[in-house]
Design a protein around this ligand. Structure first.
Ligand SMILES: [Zn+2]
Length: 276
């Protein structure tokens, strides 16, 4: 599943090609992704309109325009965007085509079709979140995501710390891989209750999650999640993984064997020697 670093990579690759471009037309080759796709509604709102900015918030891509309607895109489990010449033949599972005025075509491919592509209302103040995303907590690189913030928020939370830091209401974009890797670096077991975090743990969580995400963004995301950047290159973050996907292998630090548990339906990986 594409996580924050993958979506950031997509945004960084596409933004220079899209910002300032005018949309000629939008076509759909499926009736629905997560929502029903109304081709007339989209063309009425966006044909002839200029994309002013492509932004990432959490795992969403936001296509901003100079009027009251914006587009929200979420890659779901298997979604990807790519830019190609308009004459290029459409590939299997390419469900959306956005024809641009410069003759390029922005294509959305999504074999499992869990992605989102929908019209949202722009906020009155363009630097604020649109209403559709008002439920999200801070971005991992915001000042608001701090030791004090995590400490206060975790005091009455009895859920495991892994689920706590993966909750987008706590902080956005710490997906499954990054949560396991961050907790390893902090020496915190994914099973520990969030309210049992010490102040020092909260600081470590902020610092280490930022480091993990930064190196993943620099590497262009991980490949184990079936992700390809829009230029076709593959990320190589998987080479740096300490616990994720390493069940039964030796810990790089203490030689104990890495364990796997399932939490909230997702696999967690940890070292019973290094993480308490
Ligand atoms: Zn260990």
């Amino acid at each position: 599943m594409p996580e924050l670093p993958e979506v950031e990579t997509v945004k960084n690759a596409l933004a220079p090609h899209l910002e300032g471009q005018f949309i000629k037309s939008i076509s759909f080759y499926t009736e629905r992704l997560r929502q029903f796709l109304d081709v007339d509604l989209f063309n009425k709102a966006f044909s002839g309109k200029q994309i002013t900015r492509l932004k990432r918030r959490s795992k969403y891509l936001i296509f901003e325009f100079d009027h009251q309607k914006w587009i929200l895109s979420h890659l779901g489990m298997t979604g990807s965007w790519r830019l190609c010449p308009a004459r290029e033949e459409r590939k299997k599972h390419e469900h959306i085509s956005i024809l641009l005025e410069d003759g390029k075509d922005l294509r959305y491919c999504d074999p499992r079709r869990f992605g989102e592509f929908r019209i949202i209302s722009a906020p009155t103040n363009r630097d604020n979140d649109p209403q559709a995303l008002a439920h999200l907590g801070p971005e991992p690189f915001d000042e608001a995501y701090s030791q004090a913030y995590l400490w206060n928020l975790s005091r009455n939370k009895t859920k495991p710390v892994k689920n706590f830091i993966m909750d987008p209401k706590t902080v956005c974009g710490i997906g499954n891989i990054y949560a396991s890797e961050t907790l390893f670096r902090c020496g915190v077991s994914p099973l520990r209750k969030a309210q049992k975090l010490k102040k020092k743990d909260c600081l470590n969580l902020v610092v280490e999650s930022q480091k993990v995400l930064k190196s993943a963004i620099a590497a262009g995301g991980t490949t184990i999640i079936d992700f390809q950047a829009p230029d076709g290159s593959e990320g190589w973050f998987h080479q740096e993984l300490n616990v994720y996907g390493r069940t039964g292998e030796k810990c790089h630090v203490c030689d104990k064997l890495i364990k796997r548990v399932v939490q909230a339906g997702r696999s967690s990986f940890y070292c019973p020697g290094c993480q308490k």
